[in-house]
Design a protein around this ligand. Structure first.
Ligand code: PLP
Length: 603
């Protein structure tokens, strides 16, 4: 008997210990905003079915008709006898939808990336990837045999450096680059191919397409864009981000999937007829794989028609309304995100903590699995929240209530959601602190709306009182958020941040016999220290703080005002440069903290 099970079992044990073990859950219903798992209905905030088409009667009808006519299987690869009529029809519609000469469909988005990249570049070429490109892009680049260079996420300066290096290496025939040419140089010049996602699948942010196009033009490179999460969603014709950026004609190779907004399965590439002919001749994942079932092609063709229709336009607009509602709700809860898409990550950091948060949401009937390494870097585990056009306002409200009540704002989470200087202060825990020269904002969270419940309010007020009474701590003020309270402290000589936190934690765990968490961030910005020292004002400190909620546009600002109007918090809004800040600090000095208000504020 071999020791295979022992060896592999040990690997699985390690994955379990690191919070990286993956298991499949069986869903007993169609995809949609609600799904059934183990007999229980969950609100689903994890699907890429952005337009809610996966279970749409229109698509089902098209699939049913195709099944009657063509059966269920394609029988072989398309190049043998699997190229059934629904394929041809789908490719015609995809080319017309994307405004390109031709299209070619693959069995999946994954197969499209692997097949296309490895068909277009090879040994002696250079392929340049964004650090956060999808696994299928990386695998395509690896399979191609081309030299791979990776630039830090959206870092244009680094991309330019790599392009300059690649141009030099290719023209000087760098021996590391080209052991063997793919074809004689008189028929084939070495190639430089940049591949980027347009909407990044795990962060929901957008590639700077116009700038990438400018760089690739200057350096004579080709650009391939993966519009998996943009197709059907962006720009007037819903073609994607290249249309929104006005660069469609400058992009050589455009990839999309049928599996996300189009609600089906499969991947495709669109571009010039020559490009598509080359892929048909060279893409191994197309040539050596059985064609998609004809039913899927028929359903996908119906989805393309729908997206191009007026109804498709309206559905897309509904999606963006839902995205705004969800993002605004999260930011009201103090959860920051930079997403510009229906993908809204909540970074947790630690893998096991992410799994635990996801489990807690599941208990409340919300399905959002934890995304962990290797899908995202180690220590960047997250809940990848996605919202679709099919969610109702009530679904979103239920989701926000569950997150507000459950989101664990522990130090790890706080660390992941604030900007770097404070993280390093937290990490070292060795901060020299003199009275008034150093400020800490601590975060008291009880995983539930602070003032919604008497018990939660009591906990927070008790902790604030304790802080106020400590000789070594000067309590400067606090800010009430829906589910937590930020506290600003100045520490007296000889106390380290670590010591404060330990002592605070000891105090809180003695006082409170239930789950409770505390985090801290340090403000070390010399400018902020100056502001705070000169004005000796918490209000001033807060206005300059990194930690308040930066509201970058007026709508957000007004929404926040409305929120505050309806809630028992004091108002203090300021405009600082281009940004709107809000502050709910109560007082500049300890003596002026309005305890009576605070205690009455929970009604
Ligand atoms: C950016 C990106 N490209 C390609 C793919 C692969 O698509 P498919 O799921 O259709 O294989 C995905 C899907 O996760 C993706 O996010």
């Amino acid at each position: 008997m071999s020791n295979l099970d022992d060896q592999l079992g040990a690997e699985l044990d390690r994955a379990r210990a690191e919070g990286l073990y993956r298991a499949l859950r069986t869903v007993d219903s169609a995809q949609g905003p609600r799904i059934v798992i183990d007999g229980r209905e969950f609100l689903n905030f994890s699907s890429n079915d952005y337009l809610g088409l996966a279970n749409d009667p229109l698509l089902k009808h098209a699939a049913a008709e195709a099944i009657e006519k063509y059966g269920v299987g394609a029988g072989s690869s398309r190049l043998v006898c699997g190229n059934l009529q629904p394929y041809e029809e789908l490719e015609r519609r995809l080319a017309s939808f994307k405004g390109k000469e031709a299209a070619i469909v693959f069995g999946s988005g994954y197969a499209a990336n692997v097949g296309a990249i490895s068909a277009l570049v090879g040994e002696g070429d250079v392929v340049i990837l964004d650090k956060l490109d999808h696994a299928s892009i990386i695998d395509g680049a690896r399979q191609s045999g081309a030299t791979i260079r990776v630039y830090p996420h959206k870092n244009l300066r680094k991309l330019e450096e790599i392009l300059e290096w690649a141009v030099g290496a290719i023209s000087n025939r760098d021996p590391n680059l080209s052991r063997m040419q793919f074809a004689p140089t008189n028929v084939r010049r070495p190639r430089i191919l940049i591949v980027t996602e347009t909407v990044f699948s795990m962060d929901g942010d957008l590639a700077p397409l116009a700038e990438i196009v400018a760089l690739k033009e200057t350096h004579g490179a080709w650009l391939m864009i993966d519009e998996a999460h943009a197709t059907g969603l962006y720009a007037t014709n819903r073609r994607g981000l290249a249309e929104a950026a006005g660069v469609e004609d400058k992009v050589e190779i455009t990839l999309g999937t049928l599996s996300k907004a189009l609600g089906c399965a499969g991947g495709f590439v669109v571009g010039s007829q020559t490009l598509i002919d080359v892929l048909r001749n060279r893409a191994r994942s197309l040539i050596y794989s059985t064609a998609l079932p004809p039913t899927v092609c028929a359903a996908a063709a119906a989805a393309v028609d729908f997206v191009m229709s007026e109804e498709g336009h309206q559905r897309r607009d509904q999606l963006w309304r839902n995205v705004s509602a969800l993002k605004n709700g999260l930011s009201t809860l103090g959860i920051q995100n930079e997403s510009r898409s229906p993908i809204i990550p909540i970074i947790i950091g630690d893998e096991s903590a992410a799994v635990e948060t996801s489990r807690q949401l599941c208990e409340r009937g919300i399905f959002v699995p934890a995304i962990r390494f290797p899908t995202v870097p180690k220590g960047k585990a997250r809940l990848r929240v996605t919202v679709t056009a099919a969610h109702t306002a009530e679904d979103i409200a239920v989701f926000l209530a569950a997150v507000g009540a459950n989101f664990i704002r522990d130090p790890q989470t706080v660390k992941q959601n604030v900007r770097p200087p404070h993280q390093s202060a937290l990490r070292t825990g060795r901060v020299s602190i003199a009275d008034h020269s150093y400020f800490v904002t601590a975060c008291i969270a009880d995983r539930r709306p602070v003032f919604a419940e008497d018990g939660a309010a009591r906990i927070v007020i008790g902790s604030l009182r304790w802080l106020r009474d400590q000789e070594k701590i000067r309590l400067l003020g606090f800010v009430v958020m829906p589910d937590h309270v930020h506290v600003a402290l100045a520490l007296r000589e000889g106390w380290t941040l670590e010591r404060v936190m330990q002592s605070f934690k000891r105090h809180t765990s003695r006082q409170i016999h239930r789950s409770y968490s505390v985090g801290a961030n340090c403000i070390r910005d010399p400018h902020m220290e100056k502001v705070a020292t000169e004005s000796r004002s918490y209000e001033a400190l807060w206005q300059h703080s990194y930690h308040d909620h930066l509201l970058r546009d007026r709508t957000d600002f007004e929404k926040r005002l409305a929120y505050m109007h309806d809630n028992p918090v004091r108002k203090g809004m300021v405009r600082h440069g281009q940004d709107y800040h809000y502050s709910t600090a109560h007082a500049d000095y300890q003596n002026e903290i309005d305890w009576a208000w605070l205690e009455g504020g929970r009604e």
